[in-house]
Design a protein around this ligand. Structure first.
Ligand code: ATP
Length: 816
């Protein structure tokens, strides 16, 4: 199959990762890969000049892939397979691809394996994007069909927003008519018409707005959110210093996702989004009342976020400048406006915008290969943690209906169409941003004293989860009690009450504001129980890694002996190792992947400057290979070593040979730096130092080797917005869980003083495939590998294989 890929509409971070993964996955499946420069405009323009001799040569028969050919030396096969597909981008030894410098007159270009090397860390789209008016006309699409058929292509991947995906579907539906008309005009032969009777199409959503229905995330949205939160974090300090208000306008067109998530993750005070205009008329009163309450609590800074498409209940636009005037005139605040503009689009993709496009690209190629005339055009989406195929037009139609609902002022419907998570985030934002309001308090008998404790090593999002819980508690009338320095701190009476204002700045703080350590309740279970009693805890929230889970297990078991533990208890997994059983994500795991990506991008740059250097990068993670495997996928590591797979001598021998062959293939003087990621506990014998020395010795004149240990830098400085938003979401769910079980336990006690908490009232909150669940700690134990301190299953184990496929390790090319 010949597959072409194009990027269209507004650019977004992660589009290059899409192209890279599709090109590589396609080649691995034996397809011929092409890119279309400048979006649909490139399809319309086509190739006015003939291919160069190199391209012709690539197309010649003896360049077909040689997979598992008997009697051919493996190295030769590998060389052949990697060379296979080297197209025009490499023809003068450059991967430079800007402005058609080397490709004048050619928009549909054959590409090979090495053409897309190193594309991960680049923002935007290297193959160019455009908005094409011509493609919207039948003449334009006829030209596009002709240009594709001329090159023998009838499979297309489009990465863009809803407009681009609509265009793709229109093109596919019209294709048979276009072919017929080209044949009637004798522009193509009967044979060509027969061979290319159908167009196969698959769409990937590249858009910073996250406005597409039937997918949780669009490619580029997490990076845009990161840019926005970086800006808010920076503005926060100056706003605090001068006690100012800032109105920040963010992109998103008709979608409020960026504004909403930035509001949650950035700890904003008020937001305006198109899907839910302020309910009060005039809205100015509502905003001023809320911000006035904040100021009465002595809050020094105010952050208001306004989506570019925000409007009031009558669809009159709400503009940043006007909000500024209102805040200045009515509340007397020194107010400034910051419009973030295109800074939100650009820059290096965050870890998620490298990993997800890679997984989605692989799925897109599979969808094309499996496509028949009966199957619909698919869009590759994401449902929680699962890459899914959804009917493209259904997703586009649903997305369009949000705009219609807004136009009809049916905001409930608009919100519903955005999905349950969006609505949850909006409710969550109100819980954590709104100041105390007597009306929201629960009746006295339902109020609790909730203890919050951090366990184990610090992880991004711990403070955000605590801030959210504290704010929720105060709003509901509960008392949030902070236990400082873990269970040791509790035994030392290091306990105090958290205040609404006291936690205000915690959203973007890394580390652990409460202080954390690895001490478990078992250091003095009786003492811990008596402190529970003394402080009158009605519920407990533990935030931490494997220790948190173990602590919960001990407390639950302790219920047999200590009535003080007969209360609802919950654990939020928070650890960079992501080693808590059953959950696919822990708080902190996204932050640490981003820290790894930042470090590895810098290391790779240094390694590339030396032309031929391999860096062996050691990661933390204990006996859990999550960060190494996913990190390897996010940085395009050549080799990944994890504790789950271990390291053997055979493995090392094969890996050395792979690196030698790979370096031998690099064009003279154009060798790149390469990365090997090794988890700290992958092997007791084959240490990072030993592997580095071995590579140095074996590399000879081809490459040298150095090592770098990322150590505690992986905890990251400022938590990523994804971790912060996830922390807020999980924390609120945990609060609801505690309230619900507190009530149940009270009811069951029937007025008696002694209470019995059922086993399910001690639970861990987990994220699994498409939902957030509470798993009783007793059940969780069955899924835990207590010796290695990790889960028995690891969903990411495929990531290591996938990464090694995408760097062309021989076994994945059929060579063993
Ligand atoms: P973004 O979300 O960044 O705006 P988008 O894909 O929605 O991305 P659009 O400008 O709407 O951006 O569409 C990009 C291109 O897709 C258009 O310039 C046009 O070439 C093509 N396109 C859009 N709608 C159609 C359509 N109905 N028929 C044919 N082509 C279309």
């Amino acid at each position: 199959m010949k597959i072409a890929i194009l990027t269209s509409g507004g650019d977004s971070a992660g589009m290059n990762a899409v192209v890279r993964s599709i090109v590589k996955a396609g080649i691995l499946k034996g397809c011929e890969m092409w890119v279309v420069r400048e979006g649909y405009e490139g399809l319309v323009q086509g190739n006015t000049e003939a291919a160069t001799s190199v391209n012709d040569q690539v197309k010649s028969d003896d360049q077909q892939p040689v997979l598992q050919q008997e009697g051919v030396h493996p190295d030769k096969q590998l060389l052949h397979n990697l060379r296979f597909g080297d197209g025009e981008l490499l023809k003068d030894g450059t991967t430079e691809f800007v402005g058609g410098r080397t490709l004048k007159g050619r928009y549909i270009v054959r590409v090979g394996w090495d053409d897309v090397r190193g594309w991960f860390s680049q923002g935007g789209t290297l193959i160019g994007t455009a908005r094409s008016m011509t493609f919207k006309t039948i003449e334009g699409r006829t030209a596009a069909a002709f240009n594709l058929i001329k090159e023998g292509i009838d499979a297309l991947v489009v990465c863009g927003g809803d407009g681009s995906l609509t265009g793709a579907d229109v093109f596919r539906r019209e294709w048979p008519d276009l072919v017929r008309s080209l044949k009637d005009q004798s522009r193509i032969t009967d044979k060509q018409a027969e061979q290319h009777a159908h167009l196969k199409v698959v769409g990937l959503v590249g858009s910073i707005d996250n406005d597409m229905c039937l997918t949780d995330l669009t490619i580029g949205a997490p990076t845009a959110l990161q840019r926005i939160c970086e800006a808010i974090d920076n503005i926060n300090s100056t706003a605090y210093s001068h006690s100012r208000a800032f109105v920040i306008e963010v992109m998103g067109r008709d979608c409020g996702w960026l504004a909403l998530m930035a509001g949650v993750a950035g700890g904003a005070d008020f937001i305006f989004i198109p899907e839910r205009p302020p309910s009060a008329q005039p809205w100015e009163d509502e905003m001023c009342a809320e911000i006035g309450r904040h100021r009465k609590l002595n809050k020094r800074k105010t952050i208001v976020i306004v989506a570019e498409g925000a409007h009031d209940l009558d669809l009159n636009p709400i503009r940043a400048e006007y909000i500024k005037d209102v805040l200045t005139e009515r509340l007397g605040l020194d107010t400034r406006v910051t419009t973030l503009g295109h800074t939100q689009r650009g820059g290096r993709p965050c870890a998620l915008d490298r990993i997800l496009p890679t997984l989605q690209g692989v799925e897109a190629v599979d969808a094309l290969i499996e496509s028949t005339t009966e199957t619909p055009s698919y869009m590759i989406g994401l449902h929680e943690n699962k890459v899914v195929r959804v009917p493209l037009m259904e997703a586009v139609a649903m997305t369009r209906s949000v705009a219609t609902a807004v136009k009809e002022k049916n905001f409930d419907k608009a919100l519903e169409l955005r999905g349950a998570e969006f609505k949850e985030a909006l409710d969550g934002f109100h819980h954590i941003s709104q100041a105390v309001d007597e009306r929201t308090r629960l009746p006295e008998e339902k109020r609790m004293r909730i203890a919050i404790i951090h366990m184990g090593a610090p992880a991004g999002g711990m403070n955000a989860a605590t801030r959210t819980a504290a704010r929720y508690c105060i709003r509901q009338g509960h008392t949030p009690l902070a236990i400082h320095n873990g269970f040791r701190g509790l035994l030392d009476d290091n306990v105090d009450t958290l205040s609404w204002l006291g936690v205000d700045a915690w959203m973007n703080r890394g580390g652990s504001e409460l202080g954390t350590n690895r001490a478990l309740p078992s250091i003095d279970l009786g003492g811990v129980a008596s402190k529970f009693q003394e402080y009158g805890f009605n519920a407990v929230m533990l935030i931490g890694g494997f220790e948190g889970f173990t602590a919960l297990q001990q407390l639950e078991e302790g219920r047999k002996h200590y009535p003080a533990f007969q209360i609802p208890m919950v654990h939020i997994p928070a650890t960079i190792s992501n080693n808590v059983p059953m959950t696919e994500y822990s708080l902190g795991s996204d932050t640490s992947l981003n820290a790894l990506v930042d470090a590895c991008d810098a290391i790779k740059q240094s390694a590339s400057a030396s032309r031929n250097r391999v860096f062996v990068v050691e990661t933390q993670g204990g006996k859990c290979g999550y960060i190494a495997a996913l990190g390897g996928l996010a940085v395009g590591a050549s080799l990944v070593y994890t504790p789950e797979h271990g390291i053997t001598l055979d493995m090392l021998r094969r890996d050395v040979r792979f690196l030698k062959t790979r370096y031998a293939l690099d064009p003279q003087g154009k060798s790149e730096g390469r990365l090997v990621i090794r988890n700290e506990s992958s092997s007791k014998v084959y240490t990072t130092d030993m592997i580095t020395k071995m590579l140095q010795e074996e590399g000879g004149t081809l490459f040298d080797a150095r090592s770098a240990s990322l150590g505690h830098t992986l905890q990251g400085g400022i938590p990523s917005p994804v971790d912060r938003a996830r922390a807020a979401r999980l924390s609120l769910k945990c609060m609801a869980f505690l309230e619900q079980h507190h009530e149940k336990i009270l009811k069951a006690s029937n007025g008696h003083k002694s209470r019995i908490a059922p086993p399910e009232s001690a639970a861990i909150i987990i994220i699994q495939t498409s939902s957030v669940k509470m798993v009783p700690v007793q059940e969780m134990v069955q899924h835990a590998d207590m010796v290695n301190r990790r889960g028995k299953d690891s969903w990411w184990s495929g990531a290591k294989d996938l990464e090694e496929q995408l760097v062309g390790k021989p076994q994945f090319l059929g060579i063993h």
